[in-house]
Design a protein around this ligand. Structure first.
Ligand SMILES: [Zn+2]
Ligand SMILES: [Zn+2]
Length: 437
């Protein structure tokens, strides 16, 4: 077997290793710039890839092998490139959520660091958390989408220096949280736990799929299965969609319930039913069966609104009980505590009960956390009533009310305007032992 010198030699004269999380296309552009080629296509041709970065027959390992040959670098150095540490399958699926047709940048990062961060490739990542700005996808000089097919990492095809682009400050914190979350998932950084947002428990692909699913509903009411058409959207437009979609998962499941309400409001034909109100969305969340939390919350929403949705098919669709859910309905909470729904709703509003209340013209959605019902039940059973507290302290009502702020108590409001109070025994007992201080 003969190995020619030519096969051993890297194809490029000048090579620098990729930076951590560098974009693949950005790296090819950087090598083009470094070697003074007139366009990126030369390097893609060396790698038997087309310029829009579709390999003629492409797997991650083939791509890495070709890049090794071209650069003479080791596999582990090339793994600095973003997504190249993912496994083959995950890699190809995640790539479906990337924008390959345009170059999206943070002008400040590009200026400071001199390379393209691969996080910018992800269609749904629309901001730079470090500079708190929207990414740029259009040249402010020639007004065209910034192309990857160039020969200078800093300038547009029109020669405008992209580092000079003015950035737009963005205040939507959801976008930065999303960006940080994606970054930590890709790099297996241990990100902070966020119990009120189920996305934090998932892998990067699942997160992208769910943002896509909810984003699609935000963009279109009914049509278009599939994918958000990134090509038609400018980065600023996409950022609005992503911000809203990420928000749906915050304070789970509260915002999701509001999202479902809005979805239902869009159904203007006035007829009722799960399929009529949610149609394709219901079908699609059913097909996302690995995300239990999504279907459970949907199920719960329907259960909450059973007046609207109960039908012969209801029990067929929802066979499960709701024991797995941390919340019970306002009515169930009322029954359990021996109160009326009005009192429960007021307690939730005052945050004496931990729950969700969502009023609109059709109904009041009230969910109450089970354990907070148990806590309240305990207090109503074991804490002193006003009469008992007064008897123990041996003072009349007027005097007692004057001192009320000294005591820890809960107050149950009634529709009549009356209030019933329960006092923490330890505080009363202390007063009895030590006297008033
Ligand atoms: Zn930046
Ligand atoms: Zn330009």
């Amino acid at each position: 077997m003969y190995i020619t010198i030519d096969q051993l030699k890297p194809k490029l004269l000048l090579v620098e290793p990729p930076q951590f999380n560098e974009s693949f296309q950005g790296y090819i552009l950087r090598l083009t710039h470094l070697n003074l080629y007139d366009r990126v296509t030369w390097i893609y041709e060396f790698m038997s890839m087309t310029k829009d970065y579709k390999r003629r027959s492409s797997t991650l390992s083939q791509e890495m092998e070709a890049l090794q040959k071209v650069t003479g670098l080791q596999q582990n150095q090339l793994q600095n490139l973003i997504f190249r540490r993912l496994n083959e399958k995950l890699f190809s699926e995640v790539m479906n959520f990337n924008q390959k047709h345009k170059c999206k940048i943070c002008p400040k990062c590009l200026g400071e660091k001199g390379f393209y961060n691969g996080i910018w490739e992800i269609a749904f990542n629309t901001v730079c958390p470090e500079h708190q700005c929207l990414l740029i996808d259009k040249c402010p000089n020639c007004y065209t989408t910034i192309s990857w097919n160039r020969n200078n990492i800093f300038t547009c095809l029109c020669k405008y220096d992209l580092r000079k682009c003015k950035t737009e400050v963005i205040h939507n914190q959801f976008l930065y949280k999303f960006s940080a979350l994606i970054n930590s998932k890709i790099n297996n950084f241990s990100n902070e736990i966020n119990h009120s947002n189920p996305l934090y428990e998932l892998d990067v692909l699942s997160i992208l799929r769910l943002i896509n699913l909810i984003g699609l509903k935000i963009v279109f009411t009914l049509k278009h299965g599939g994918k958000i058409p990134y090509k038609l959207f400018e980065n600023s437009e996409l950022s609005v969609v992503v911000g809203k979609a990420f928000g749906v998962f915050e304070e789970w499941p509260k915002n999701f319930m509001v999202f479902l309400d809005n979805l239902k409001e869009d159904n203007e034909n006035g007829s009722r039913g799960i399929m009529k109100d949610f149609g394709k969305f219901y079908q699609s969340i059913k097909s996302y069966d690995e995300f239990d939390f999504l279907f459970n919350a949907f199920e719960y929403y329907v259960f909450q609104n059973k007046d609207r949705y109960i039908s012969p098919s209801f029990s067929r669709i929802f066979k499960k009980g709701f024991d797995h859910f941390d919340y019970i309905t306002g009515t169930e909470a009322a029954n359990s505590l021996g109160l009326k729904l009005y009192s429960i709703q007021e307690l939730v509003k005052k945050q004496d009960l931990n729950g969700i209340i969502n009023e609109n013209k059709h109904f009041t959605l009230c969910l109450v956390n089970k354990s907070s019902v148990d806590v309240l039940k305990y207090k109503m059973k074991n804490w002193y009533s006003t009469r008992r507290a007064r008897e123990l302290l041996n003072i009349n009502e007027h005097v007692f009310l004057g001192f009320i702020s000294f005591f820890e108590y809960i107050e149950i409001p009634y529709k009549s305007g009356a209030k019933r109070r329960y006092f923490k025994p330890e505080v009363i007992d202390e007063v009895l032992t030590d006297g008033y201080r």
